[in-house]
Design a binder for this molecule. Structure first.
Ligand SMILES: Nc1ccn([C@@H]2O[C@H](COP(=O)(O)O)[C@@H](O)[C@H]2O)c(=O)n1
Ligand SMILES: C[C@@]1(CO)OP(=O)(O)OP(=O)(O)OC[C@H]1O
Length: 165
């Protein structure tokens, strides 16, 4: 088993879409970034890459590369899953929390879970998503940004074990 954690923050600004976990959420502000700024998907990717010993998303998808301008982060997540497969790694479990003062995310959590699980090719039972406010404290509480944190366990497939031995 291998453990990984990922953390990401994006600023809330006017004139951008709010996309979290691949789901577009109606809101008066959205997340700023070079990509679609899907803060949850970024945290999940960083957790997966960390557990695989493959660095971080900035190393794989540089934020000055025009190829990633406004890109759908789910496409990047698919690429991360391909990397895991090549290294003989499978997702055992992912648990993640989104920190947002507003909007209320509970109505969208099931849809995010479906989108992420489908993109990763894993059962929804291997993924748990949560949301919390920060009780109006800090940059999240002032609605200046949204943060997300993910923890994952990866297991080695039989092929990977054979290569190691
Ligand atoms: N943006 C958010 C934040 C929280 N929730 C849900 O509300 C519950 C209580 O949040 P507290 O920060 O007051 O602990 C939390 O467990 C979430 O279910 C939400 O939907 N959207
Ligand atoms: C995926 C990338 C690609 O530019 O997305 P960004 O929107 O720049 O977001 P950030 O989390 O700051 O860095 C990760 C980048 O690799």
């Amino acid at each position: 088993m291998r453990i990984g954690n990922g953390f990401d923050v994006h600023a809330l600004v006017a004139g951008r879409k709010l996309i979290i976990g691949g789901v577009e959420i109606p809101h008066e502000t959205g997340l700023a970034g070079h990509s679609d700024a899907d803060v949850l998907t970024h945290a999940v990717m960083d957790a997966l890459l960390g557990a695989a010993g493959l660095g971080d998303i900035g190393r794989h998808f540089p934020d000055d590369d025009p190829a990633y301008f406004n890109i759908d982060s789910l496409l990047l997540l698919k690429q991360v899953m391909n990397q895991l497969k090549q290294h003989g790694l499978m997702v055992e479990y992912i648990d993640a929390v989104i920190m947002a003062q507003r909007p209320k995310l509970a109505p969208y959590v099931d849809a995010m879970q479906q989108r992420l699980a489908e993109t990763m090719g894993i059962s929804e039972s291997r993924l748990n998503l949560k949301a919390t406010t920060t009780e109006k404290l800090g940059f999240v509480g002032r609605e200046e940004g949204i943060a997300a944190q993910a923890v994952t366990l990866l297991k080695e497939t039989v092929t990977a074990k054979a290569v190691q031995e």
